[in-house]
Design a protein around this ligand. Sequence first.
Ligand code: FAD
Length: 471
Amino acid sequence: MFRPGMKGNTVNTSPTASAAMTSATAALLESLACASTDPQDRAHASTDRSGYVSPSVPDGVVFAESIDDVAQTMRRASELGVQVVPRGAGSGLAGGAAAHAGQVVLDVSRMNRILHIDPVEQIAVVEPGVVNAAVNAAVAEHGLFYAPDPASTAICSIGGNIATNAGGMWCAKYGVTRESILALRVVLPDGRILDTGRGTIKGVTGYDLNALMIGSEGTLGIVVEAKLRLRPRPVHTATLVAYFPDVAAAAQAASAIIAARVQPSVLELMDGQTLAAVDAAQGSDHAVRGGAFLLAQTDGYGAYLEQEVLVEAIRPYASSMEQAADAEHAGALMAARRAAIPSVEELGRVSICDVGVPRNRLAEAFAGLDAIAAKTGVRIFTVAHAADGNLHPMIVVEPHESITEGPAKEALGEMFHLAKGLGGTLTGEHGVGLLKRDWLQAELGDTSLELQHAIRDVFNPRGLLNPGKAI
Ligand SMILES: Cc1cc2nc3c(=O)[nH]c(=O)nc-3n(C[C@H](O)[C@H](O)[C@H](O)COP(=O)(O)OP(=O)(O)OC[C@H]3O[C@@H](n4cnc5c(N)ncnc54)[C@H](O)[C@@H]3O)c2cc1C
């Protein structure tokens, strides 16, 4: 049953709480099991990992535990005209799950069961709140893996990954989330259930609503179940790191790997500032070995043959290379890349950006980022999924400075124009959310935006589901 101020036993005591809950949200929350108006729950749901914090907190949070809970919430919300913001693990970097006063958050993190693993068909059926890493831990014993592996694998949910079409290191070879989702069960804004996709690898009946749902950032429906495509774990994995005099040389090496028509399963680049930040936080010594770092993996039966081609491609640019002798050594090299974001986060307030450029223009992108740092006065540390041309420039400002206004916002806008000028995109994998809508029109154009609004209105005609986000 609804308990006002569950845990805290008070409502609206947070300094940023709305003066009074609307009668519609109060009626919604009173009618639902597992609804909370605890100030801490509400404050938590007003933000995500982007650093954006809503100016006020949402009226309540519904902690759904079943598809019925989600359907009932959406039916009632639709009857009462209440805005609902879906939420997974809250690790998003675009403000997509952040809610404000007058809204209710539908948190599906307690729907976190792995329902079924079929090792023969190489499929898993999961609830949306399952943490990404938990899927890989569960399927590993069957000799399988789930390919989309965001750096946030330990703290993000499969539902959130689907809503943002998340990517990760292995996406260089195996594709982003969209390539690994066979079917979905979705609750629509009016509470109806929609099944999309199918259980087969191929299938083209009707429009592809499954693909449409993936990356829709919670604006079309709430993912309540997903059928995941798994893959056989590679028999061999060959890992190396290479150091370069500077980031331009590392970027040229990454482009040379692509041009050599070898297919790395991982190709991660870190610039010199980021290496220094990792060293400072982890006590490692990468920065003395070079001004940039490239981590490359090849996998499958031909892993070591492919690695030979890769080594020849980067030899003209690299100052040194280190090949992993065994799995433990490879794990240590991978850990350096995984440490990049937490290490930079120790330096100040961080906005993690996400532009994409054609893979042969990475060096120009890095040069452009240096120019943006000089022009705006912010510090920029960059890692990149180099095989996808997807850069994560991390803007670092002082802890008291804003990441959504002033120089940080100016730098974000400049990054978009840089990427666009190079034939690229505003966001490779984090989504538009709330924080990048200013540049949507410039990338999509009027016709595309008009059609996208029309599609959203078919699913979400009253705009009650995650309003003001994504498009
Ligand atoms: C340290 C760090 C590293 C990261 N690395 C990567 C990376 O390598 N690649 C990458 O792609 N991202 C990365 N991210 C970003 C983030 O982890 C991803 O965007 C992730 O997919 C968000 O999942 P979540 O469960 O936390 O979603 P949330 O933050 O809760 O929500 C994100 C969006 O999805 C919607 N949503 C959530 N669940 C559902 C659902 N069940 N149905 C419908 N809509 C829903 C929300 O409304 C919101 O719009 C990183 C984040 C951090 C903090």
